[in-house]
Design a protein around this ligand. Structure first.
Ligand code: F0G
Length: 435
């Protein structure tokens, strides 16, 4: 993609075609709808960690290893899992205070916390799949750049599988809790002066030169694993598609993955309706918002049936460089100026008639805090989801009767953020301490 039509074997280990476009995993067979019952029955795992896992419970829909999915030995040989923990606790919840805050009926809003994954973010969904593929191609070392959560997840699986892991981090721009996980799991940290975009470029360069299997979301198998985030949400709605699915936008792996799974489910006739995707950017890191909505050169960046205006993206990046504009938000997880999955993301937005909005740091902090008041923990980047929903309702893009699912991508790993928030009585939901 876009429409080059080039194909590569699953074991080739390449993620880009020779024209520089990211690859998709493609399956030959249409999976039977009867699998819905099998997936549900696996919620009683009957001793199998691959049934317990919220990722591998759906293994027939991401069977890129082409194994006999009913064969326990083959599963154990190929599928990477942290004792079935990835995705195990994730499902959508109604959160009445959030619903009230954004202006939806409680029964119409579900939020799915992905922060209760073993490494504390949605990344474990995709990482278990990417490391499965790394093992399939015999990789000895995995490599990534990260704003924090990717490195924590990669480090955890690498340690568990006894493979090496190098992580490139933007120095001083990642939450302390995430950095400490990368150390704790024994990764080799490479500090890069600059932001995530610089660290990512560096990691690709080094991986190419010295060998290393990249597990950032340019990796198509990450995208495959992340499809299960949507499967769990849909299963909970008896596979009745909602009106909206809302994600924060960073490198846009989630947006791409959600789009791909919706395209597949629709093609297989597993869902009758296509929900719309809403992506929420931070105001200070809003490349997709600017480009998709025509805020740059008055030209909207659209997928255009596989012929996107890639020149516009290049021009935008040159403009950012010339003006020395760097992504800037306190939600460091999504402080990204050059989202590597932008093309797959606009494909997803075209397929779903999606929208892209942006919110301020203050709005994200309020979003994060109101989730907390429902007894759920999430980080600031995830707070963009309630904030974005609220904004889209106010703009009457999301209608008051619409059914909305929001994905809360990660758990709080920046311990002082809530402390600072609540110590400032001017904040909307602050409960300042008493003396
Ligand atoms: N939310 C959290 C908590 C994240 O950590 C990230 C990305 C995103 C949202 C954005 O998701 O890239 O799929 O659009 N974190 C990456 C990392 C970049 O390195 O941990 P996306």
């Amino acid at each position: 993609m876009p429409h080059c039509g080039l194909e590569y074997s699953i074991k080739s280990g390449v993620f880009e075609c020779e024209k520089g476009h990211l690859l998709d995993a493609k399956y030959k067979k249409i999976p039977s709808r009867a699998l819905k019952e099998l997936f549900y029955s696996r919620r009683n795992p009957q001793g199998s960690i691959f049934n317990e896992s919220g990722v591998w419970r759906f293994r027939e829909l991401l069977n890129f290893c082409q194994i006999d999915t009913g064969n326990a030995e083959e599963c154990a040989k190929h599928l990477v899992s942290l004792d079935g923990a990835e995705g195990r606790q994730s499902k959508p919840y109604h959160m009445s205070k959030v619903a009230n805050f954004v202006g939806l009926k409680n029964e119409n809003l579900s939020l799915q916390p992905e922060g209760y994954n073993p490494s504390g973010s949605f990344k474990d969904n995709g990482m278990s799949a990417a490391v499965t593929h790394a093992k399939l191609v015999g990789a000895k070392k995995i490599v990534c750049a990260s704003t924090g959560n990717t490195s924590a997840s990669a480090g955890m699986y690498a340690a568990n599988e006894n493979i090496e892991c190098d992580v490139f981090i933007p120095l001083g721009q990642i939450a302390p809790g995430k950095l400490s996980q990368a150390y704790q799991f024994g990764t080799q940290i490479i500090e890069v002066e600059g932001n995530f975009d610089d660290a990512f470029a560096k990691s690709l360069e080094v991986a190419k030169k010295f060998g290393g299997y990249t597990v950032n979301s340019i990796n198509p198998f990450r995208i495959e694993g992340q499809k299960t985030i949507l499967y769990r949400a849909l299963e909970n709605l008896d596979w009745e598609a909602p009106d909206w699915i809302v994600y924060p936008g960073g490198a846009l792996g989630n947006t791409s993955s959600c789009g791909k799974s919706l395209m597949e489910l629709y093609e297989w006739k597993w869902i009758k309706k296509i929900p719309r995707i809403a992506v929420v950017n931070a105001e200070g890191a809003n490349t997709l918002y600017d480009l998709y909505n025509g805020k740059f050169e008055e030209t909207e960046l659209k997928w255009n049936a596989g012929k996107p205006n890639t020149e516009l993206i290049k021009k935008y990046y040159s403009y950012l460089d010339e003006k020395k504009i760097r992504p800037k938000t306190k939600a460091t997880a999504i402080q990204i100026g050059r989202p590597s999955n932008i093309l797959k993301a606009i494909r997803a937005l075209e397929f779903t008639n999606g929208v892209v909005t942006q919110v301020s740091d203050e709005e994200m902090l309020d979003g994060m805090s109101i989730v907390g008041l429902n007894g759920f923990d999430c980080e600031m980047a995830s707070g963009s989801v309630p904030a974005g929903i609220k904004k889209l309702i106010k703009e009457e893009i999301i209608k008051k009767d619409d059914v909305v699912i929001g994905i809360l991508t990660g758990r709080q790993k920046d311990a002082m953020l809530p402390v600072d928030y609540h110590n400032n009585p001017n904040n909307l939901f602050a409960i300042p301490p008493k003396k």
